[in-house]
Ligand binder design. Structure first.
Ligand code: SF4
Length: 366
């Protein structure tokens, strides 16, 4: 199998061209073809000599994976399905042996909103975090996506040239695949890459504490944290991660960083009727987040099979929102998008990979 050029940073491209005996400046030219002009074949890199293209093509391919499925919502939201080959190895998986790879399927969702087009991308096939309310979590873990496959989502969608924002909020826990996600963000933000501002990118996590610290130290992109419950035992009953890294520790860490400038932090809170939607929960959230410049997004829950809770009633969500806003915690209710195509993560890939329960209902979010 040929190695993919996609997912390489400029230093690696320089190494490749040096190995091929090509002039150093061609590394930047290749980066341009990959990340700006977004070609699908080496032969399209026409400012490289024919001989150079032929020699590159012996060992390498561009590596864009076309989508294998597409659903379009009546509200314009589009859900793409991609086949991927994933690695179970931690860290960068640029050269892994065949037997370490596993086939999987992931989704990317394009959400149009006036002049914005946000791409919600996946970072793993399946997920090993096991959140009880999540269809992706129920599929189990099939592996880490490579930086090439993460970046490929941005190139393969029909809206590639008009994307304005990205959220790492699709399948998988981005901070569980740290190196590949950071490599993808490097390519998205570098001047030799997509040249996006970090302000256009948000990484969502349930709070993988050690890598969260690295992320906050190393990356200028926005952060979204799946909070869902301020009370430890309740949160643990929904989210096993609470046992390893309690949300209190996650928030204590976040409070050590500055979010009064360009980088923002927000919290996601899915509303489960009679479980986490009381005044006591609202007041505990206010206490927990006091002193932190942040936003809260409330999310309606879409019922999934074999899960005991339903979404809170609209009036309850509205009261919860008011209580938080009145206490100084800026809170909005996230608009549901693409409900008719089950746009929440895990649904299309679940259907594709033959999990019958995935075709019913729709799933919340992260
Ligand atoms: Fe994984 Fe996110 Fe689903 Fe939790 S909500 S199981 S972290 S994909």
């Amino acid at each position: 199998m040929k190695e993919k050029l996609l997912g390489k940073n400029l230093d690696e491209l320089k190494q490749i061209v040096a190995n091929e005996g090509m002039p150093g400046f061609t590394a930047k030219q290749i980066a341009q073809w990959l990340y700006v002009k977004k070609v699908r074949t080496i032969d399209e890199m026409t400012n490289l000599s024919k001989a150079a293209r032929a020699s590159l093509a012996e060992k390498y391919e561009v590596g864009v994976t076309p989508y294998a499925g597409l659903q379009i919502s009546s509200d314009g939201t589009k859900k793409y399905l991609f086949p991927v080959r994933c690695s179970h190895r931690r860290g960068l998986n640029l050269r892994v042996a065949e037997d370490e790879l596993e086939d999987g399927a992931v989704e990317a969702v394009m959400i149009p909103d006036d002049d914005r087009a946000t791409l919600c991308v996946s970072s793993q096939s399946g997920c090993r975090m096991g959140c009880k309310f999540c269809m992706t979590g129920r599929q189990g873990f099939h592996g880490h996506m490579s930086a090439a496959d993460i970046i490929s989502q941005f190139i393969a969608v029909d809206e590639s040239d008009r994307l304005t924002n990205a959220v790492f909020m699709g399948m998988g826990e981005p901070l569980d695949n740290y190196d590949n996600v950071m490599r993808a963000i490097e390519i998205l933000t570098a001047d030799w890459g997509f040249a996006w501002s970090p302000k256009r990118i948000t990484v969502s996590t349930i709070g993988v504490l050690p890598n969260l610290k690295r992320y906050l130290d190393e990356c200028k992109c926005h952060l979204a944290v799946s909070l869902h419950d301020p009370f430890g035992p309740e949160r643990l009953s929904m989210m096993p991660v609470q046992g390893a890294w309690p949300i209190k520790d996650v928030i204590d860490l976040i409070k050590q960083y500055d979010f009064t400038g360009q980088r923002r932090v927000s919290f996601e809170y899915t509303m489960f009727a009679g479980f986490n939607d009381t005044k006591a929960h609202a007041d505990a959230l206010v206490r927990m987040l006091r002193g932190l410049e942040c936003r809260m997004n409330l999310i309606r829950f879409h019922k999934i099979p074999d899960f005991p809770y339903e979404t809170s009633a609209s009036a309850v969500i509205e009261n919860f929102k008011q209580r938080l806003n009145n206490s100084g915690l800026t809170t909005t209710v996230r608009a549901s998008r693409g409900e008719d195509i089950l746009a929440a993560c895990g649904m299309l890939a679940g259907q594709h990979s033959g999990h019958p329960e995935q075709s019913e209902g729709s799933l919340p979010n992260k």
